[in-house]
Design a protein around this ligand. Structure first.
Ligand SMILES: [Zn+2]
Length: 93
């Protein structure tokens, strides 16, 4: 389980500041997931490693599940719902 810490309360000293500064530059101050210009949260993995900066909406999605297979399945579902998928015979509903 990751921790999501508001960027505004993250300490601005020690190595964390260097990492966050790097992430802000690499991410161009936008969410690493949806690219929104929003208030960002620091995503910190269980081992304490800072993963990236994400917005509140993406934080809520990732708090619901961090399972990449579920997230990939959700992407597939949203992109091409089963009702629109052809049958083996090439027919659609
Ligand atoms: Zn986002």
């Amino acid at each position: 389980m990751h921790d999501y810490i508001p960027l505004s309360v993250t300490p601005i000293y020690t190595r964390t500041a260097d990492v966050i500064g790097h992430l802000l530059t690499v991410q161009r101050h936008v969410c690493a997931v949806c690219r929104a210009e929003a208030h960002l949260y620091v995503d910190r993995a269980e081992d304490g490693v800072t993963q990236g900066l994400i917005c509140n909406r993406c934080r809520q999605v990732l708090e619901a599940t961090e399972d990449p297979y579920v997230l990939a399945g959700a992407l597939s579902y949203l992109t091409l719902p089963p009702a629109y998928r052809p049958t083996k015979e090439g027919e659609r509903l």
